[in-house]
Design a protein around this ligand. Sequence first.
Ligand SMILES: *Cc1c(COP(=O)(O)O)cnc(C)c1O
Length: 367
Amino acid sequence: MPRPITAVIHQQALTQNLAVVRQSVPNSKVFAVVKANAYGHGIERVYSSFKSADGFALLDIEEGIRLRALGWTGPILLLEGIFSPQDLFDCAQYQLSFTIHNEQQIEWLQQHIYPAQFDIFLKMNSGMNRLGFKPQQYRKVWQHLNSLPNVGKITHMMHFSDADGERFGHVGIDYQIKEFEAAIQYLPGERSVSNSAAILRYQDQLQSDYVRAGIMLYGSSPDFPKHSIQDWGLVPTMSLRSELIAVQHLNPKESVGYGSSFVAERAMKIGIVACGYADGYQRISPTGTPVLVNGIRTRTIGRVSMDMLAVDLTPVEDAEVGSEVVLWGKSHTGTILSIDDVAAASGTVGYELMCGVTARVSFINQQ
Ligand SMILES: *Cc1c(COP(=O)(O)O)cnc(C)c1O
């Protein structure tokens, strides 16, 4: 028997979350963001649920080629653009669109001597200061690109730093959208601005012809704890499940695990779970991180070790070796433990947890 830990990918939930994107922005085309192997879910596992999207966005050409191998013939966007002049050959062969965010990429494009037409997404640095051209340069760069024979459609693109909340006491998107609008005024072309947080929070204010939906597709709320997945109508798409492989009875003052960091105040029953940081569960998760045993919410106790962690079985009377443990996601009983709850207790975000499940965990698809 394999170790009992599995990551279950819920197809119905992927479909439902994509429907939430559609309802939120009915007039936009939707790029499903599947970078980082579909946020850790596996591109091949999400493909059939997402193939009604208008396009896919990702970073690695290799992931784009995997989508083509699955039969996808629609748009694919490389969010960080090309990393070398050779990449343009792949972009031509596999019909990949890409962002242009620096001068070097423009040089490569100019020097590419083989005939091809590339659709590009011209990235503006509207204030986040990671990638793109400053608003003052943008118009000139656009005009230059527009004059190149191998450039087809140019879409105006930017990315928000604070769509999930406020920035210095103001609405988080304001400082960037002002710059963006001013810089592209009177330029033809469509726009791509919204990520999940902007799709959910600013659907009425923003014109985004192509939205780029990531985290919301995977059942995590972009502005947790302000809003939970229930608030947004989203459902978990990944359940990290395991089992109890031992039960212990602690006397008062007995401890559990490395460093004896948890000491029982009274007699208590605890369970040992086949899940540790080598499976992608964060070692930093403290005592009290929520977990489900037989669908009942309880807490982790003590230090997370490489292959195991301990849970408090006080509220779970019938727990025994073999009982189901849900680290995040959905229990067989139907109870949900949002990945956002677990992430918050561990000082991180759902993105990091879902991307971090390691290769030794077996993945399975479920309706
Ligand atoms: C990852 C990414 C997105 C998706 O962001 P979410 O917050 O996951 O919706 C959108 N645009 C760009 C440029 C990205 O890198």
